[in-house]
Design a protein around this ligand. Structure first.
Ligand SMILES: [Zn+2]
Ligand SMILES: [Zn+2]
Length: 572
């Protein structure tokens, strides 16, 4: 058990004692230990193994016994009983920044408030302002605190969290006091949603780094500030923790805080078998305590006889075994992408002209983009009629004459109607360079109906790609009931490519489906579904998801040069 975990429990004990109106000296004794634990350089666990716990300042007989119980059993009977003695929601009230133990206890006694939900109701009915010591301002503050708490609990899309983290890192990087800096946690693993952001820094002047961090303008609330660790809530609700670590522990800390937990547990087991101990400070020989790695992350893996494992793979999904066998994939990277295969123009619901999009794509060093506007039955999205499409093809030809050798592919995101028929007849589909088919209505069909509907569309020989195959929109819409195993098998059978839609709220295929596609030998296409030229940049998140899905260059259609791509699209 780590110091921070023990501190958290003692902090809760202090809070509960205070809510209950217990002896203030006892409350303060626990609070003091919490502060000591938070600033202690050595792990309590280590002290326990070598010396008396009572050597720790502020730790007396009683608290030493409680720490021992926590270290040996992972639990504390006293704490468990104490928790039972107050409504659990009451303790949660304390996680609202405006509510301290005394207020919580008052709210409970006067208004019977037992949870955050109760409190929110009471505030909205203005029942708080007339309590002793409170007022309208208090109500406003509490409400703001509740909003922050709610946002804090939610996860944020990678597409939002990543730029935010990058801007913080960029601000800190500028400091001459910062030597090394990196994100860690789920953000570094590029998960589709992010709980909070961890940033690790090495510096000879940690105080200066923290000072600059805590004065960043986007900060809504400072949760904790210290020499080696500070936590804040940003505008928008995301929590950001910055830790300053020692240079000779940076690699170990990076490995440790990047996770995932299951990946790290597995590494720890491997280390144990080799007589090694691995933690955030380094890799140590168990017998002698001698440190054998820590400065570089590669070295941490090397001590376990493993190659470096890219963060996106660290989910304990076979990456450690693959490392041992030397069969880790050579993951795709953004610079391998030669074009974007799903872009909307202002012909349908996009906002830019084809020429503008093409110019933007050339700036990204692409060789091609595919304009795939919506088809006629999608009236709400400005779907194109057959006539429109023909006129659009003519415009694309003109653009291509100007931009040669860059190439705009004439495409369509043709709607799969509810019975599985396509929105356009074959005679117009065959005029197009690329056809991507997708569902935009009838999401509630049952599993069999919707799966057969999609399969019927995939059987059309002019359909190259199935776009956003599960239809999910993160935080908004669950995937439809489609049987993805059946779809992947059908893709293999019909030679249909499956899209990884890189729009940050979609990332559909997800990482797991990407990996299944690869295992079945189905190629994936990357498309941003950009409706604005700025959104071409979301390719980055698509690539990240592809990497999480173990995809290599050869698994992705748009790593091909224009010439190779056209050959494959024609053959289809
Ligand atoms: Zn679509
Ligand atoms: Zn689209």
């Amino acid at each position: 058990m780590r110091n921070s975990e023990i501190a958290l429990i003692f902090n809760q004990i202090a809070d509960i004692l205070e809510i209950k109106g217990e002896n203030p000296f006892r409350v303060r004794a626990y609070q003091k230990v919490v502060r000591v634990l938070e600033s202690l350089a050595e792990e309590v666990e280590e002290i326990y193994q070598t010396r008396e716990l009572k050597n720790i300042p502020g730790v007396g007989e009683g608290i030493a016994r409680k720490i021992e119980e926590l270290l040996t059993t992972g639990k504390l009977q006293y704490y468990e009983e104490l928790k039972e003695s107050v409504p659990s929601g009451l303790v949660e009230l304390l996680s609202i920044s405006e509510v301290g133990p005394r207020t919580a206890s008052l709210l409970h006694k006067e208004l019977g408030i037992k949870s955050v939900k109760d409190l929110e109701k009471a505030v909205r009915k203005h029942r708080i302002k007339d309590l002793p010591g409170m007022g309208e301002k208090t109500e406003e503050n509490i409400l703001r605190g509740i909003e922050l708490l709610k946002r804090r609990k939610g996860r944020m899309l990678l597409g939002k969290a990543y730029p935010l983290a990058q801007s913080i890192i960029d601000s800190l990087k500028k400091l001459s006091e910062v030597d090394r800096i990196s994100s860690a946690g789920s953000l570094r693993r590029m998960k589709e949603t992010i709980g909070d952001i961890d940033i690790l820094v090495t510096s000879k002047k940690p105080a200066k780094v923290m000072e600059v961090f805590l004065s960043l303008p986007q900060i809504a609330e400072v949760l904790a500030s210290g020499e080696t660790k500070s936590s804040v809530i940003m505008e928008g609700g995301l929590q950001v923790d910055v830790r300053v670590v020692k240079p000779d522990s940076f690699g170990a800390a990076l490995q440790y805080f990047t996770g995932s937990k299951p990946h790290n547990i597995k590494l720890r087991e491997l280390a144990n078998k080799r007589g090694l101990k691995i933690n955030e400070y380094g890799v140590f020989k168990i017998k002698s305590g001698k440190k054998v790695a820590g400065r570089k992350e590669e070295d941490v893996y090397a001590t376990l006889n493993l190659p470096y494992i890219p963060p996106e793979l660290r989910e304990e999904r076979g990456e450690i075994e693959a490392g041992q066998e030397g069969s880790l994939p050579k993951l795709i990277s953004l610079k391998s992408i030669k074009g974007d295969l799903h872009v909307h123009s202002k012909w349908s619901d996009g906002s830019d002209a084809i020429m503008e999009l093409a110019e933007a794509a050339r700036k990204l060093k692409y060789q091609y983009i595919a304009i795939c506007d919506h088809s006629k039955s999608l009236g709400v999205a400005g779907g194109l009629s057959e006539r429109d499409l023909e006129r659009q093809i003519a415009e694309i030809r003109k653009v291509n004459e100007k931009l040669h050798p860059f190439r705009v592919l004439a495409g369509s995101e043709v709607d799969i109607r509810s019975d599985g028929r396509l929105d356009f007849e074959d005679d117009i589909l065959k005029e197009l360079d690329i056809v991507i088919a997708a569902i935009h209505t009838g999401f509630k069909q049952d599993r069999e109906t919707i799966t057969n509907r999609i399969i019927k569309a995939m059987k059309n020989k002019f359909v190259h790609v199935l776009a956003h195959p599960t239809g999910r929109v993160l935080h908004e819409r669950e995937p439809y009931q489609v049987d993805m195993e059946a779809i992947i098998k059908e893709a293999k059978r019909t030679g249909t490519f499956l899209e990884l839609n890189a729009f940050p709220a979609r990332l559909d295929l997800n990482d797991v489906h990407c990996r299944r596609a690869r295992e079945e030998g189905v190629m994936v296409t990357l498309g941003t579904d950009a409706h604005h030229k700025m959104q071409l940049d979301s390719m980055y998140y698509g690539v990240a998801t592809a990497r999480r899905g173990w995809l290599e260059d050869k698994d992705i259609l748009n790593t091909l040069s224009l010439k190779e791509l056209l050959k494959i699209l024609k053959r289809n």
